[in-house]
Write a protein that binds this ligand. Structure first.
Ligand code: CMC
Length: 391
């Protein structure tokens, strides 16, 4: 291949050095700044995880209180943003609304787009982590035709988000702590995952010096696809299509058939060739939520049986295809009362901190350069222009 290494999908190219997240795909290990994900999910909370990802260390009590205060002080969006929302069709997909509204933040906060200034960088970062749940809840409320609910900043991050999604005017809304804890854990599990497609997109966009709001909007666009963040939505569609456990073998056969493009959604991962450690925690969380809410979901029975069959099937064993986090997260979110169109939005809320931490690391890395992959040209050789009458 001459001067360049041909590496479609960048399966063997490291694009950067990073100190943020470590994955050992063969062992099924995921560490944020050295801390195992299961320990963080068990003992920590999402904002603590945000602090860890951004600053590299777990916060002390004072640092945590200060960080929580800074985030909750930035949760409001400008009233003009609400008017910006009114321009969308009422049946617009909430991810389309997210791409647009997060991108539009760069038009609202000119005072934090100078990326050369570390203070402005931190203000922009704080703004995005704080405002993304507000925008996500607004996208949801808009999609169901309800009025927006303003943030209530004496609540913790996730409870505040649940309230903005589910409170309705003139009615008392009490946050269910089991739900809040489950969603907080979902956020922690999705907070970062090193150089995945959307994170690489954020880095590539940011490598030109673009402002961070625009970069995160690019990340959201990449996350939208069904092979990435859209997978949990796709899992639920698939489980509903399967319908009952007795129909699982048909779908297993389809997934194994080389001539059938169908894949088992929520199975397989570019990096994990072992059980995704996040999937284990998510599976537990799913059961807690269903028990608490007294929800009996037939889809869960299908999911458990599908997992059992696939984990014992030669094809899946040989190709090292294990359930990934999306396999269970969709069922949990559905039980909470969120529509499937919101699933990827929640992923975006959680991943925002990862995108920002990675973007900051890149900006602060003296060795980083503009991203510029090369290509192998396979088109026409040089040829002369033909006037239209001669074609
Ligand atoms: N069902 C059936 N066969 C599969 C599946 C699946 N879910 N995933 C991979 N394979 C097969 C694939 O056909 C290929 O077979 P062969 O070598 O015979 O051609 C082999 O396994 C390797 O697959 P690949 O596509 O080369 O692997 P990849 O690393 O490019 O793809 C993946 C990873 C996640 C895109 C893929 O496994 C997939 O499409 N899974 C379903 C969608 C999904 O659950 N996505 C969520 C990913 S995790 C969350 C996130 O990152 O957002």
């Amino acid at each position: 291949t001459g001067m360049f290494t041909y590496d479609p999908g960048f399966t063997s190219t490291a694009s950067c050095e990073s100190k943020i997240t470590y994955i050992d795909g063969d062992e099924g290990v995921l560490l944020y700044r050295g801390y195992p994900i299961d320990q963080l999910a068990e003992h920590g909370d999402f904002l603590e995880t945000c602090y860890l990802l951004l600053y590299g260390e777990l916060p002390t009590a004072t640092q945590k209180a200060d960080f929580d205060y800074r985030i909750t002080r930035h949760t409001m969006v400008h009233e003009q943003m609400a008017r910006f929302f009114q321009g969308f069709r009422r049946d617009a997909h909430p991810m389309a609304v997210m791409v647009a509204s997060v991108g539009a933040l760069s038009a609202f906060y000119h005072d934090s787009t100078n990326i050369a200034d570390p203070v402005e960088r931190m203000v922009a970062s704080t703004r995005m982590i704080a405002k993304i749940p507000t925008l996500a809840a607004m996208a949801y409320k808009y999609s169901i035709g309800q009025p927006f609910v303003y943030p209530k900043n004496d609540l913790d991050y996730t409870s505040n988000f649940l309230r903005m999604c589910f409170a309705v005017p003139c009615e008392e809304y009490k946050v269910n702590p089991v739900m809040s804890r489950a969603l907080d854990r979902f956020f922690m599990l999705h907070a970062d995952h090193e150089q995945n497609a959307s994170t690489s997109t954020v880095r590539l966009a940011g490598s030109s010096g673009a402002n961070p709001f625009a970069c995160v909007a690019a990340g959201i666009a990449s996350l939208w696809g069904p092979a990435h963040g859209g997978a949990n939505e796709a899992v639920l569609k698939m489980l509903a299509e399967i319908g009952t456990p007795d129909r699982i073998p048909i779908y297993i056969a389809k997934a194994k058939d080389k001539n059938d493009p169908f894949r088992l959604m929520g199975f397989g991962h570019r990096v994990y060739k072992n059980y995704d450690p996040r999937a284990k925690i998510m599976q537990r969380t799913t059961r807690e939520v269903l028990a608490e809410l007294g929800v009996k979901d037939d889809l869960l029975d299908v999911a458990i049986e599908l997992e059992r069959i696939a984990l014992h099937d030669e094809y899946f064993i040989e190709k090292k295809l294990y359930p990934n986090i999306d396999f269970y997260s969709g069922i949990t979110l559905k039980a909470m009362g969120l529509p499937t169109t919101m699933f990827t939005v929640l992923f975006a809320v959680a991943r925002t901190v990862g995108w920002i931490a990675q973007w900051k690391e890149m900006i602060e890395d003296p060795g980083s350069k503009i991203g510029r992959p090369r290509q192998l040209y396979t088109g026409e050789k040089q040829r002369d222009y033909l006037p239209m009458s001669k074609r």
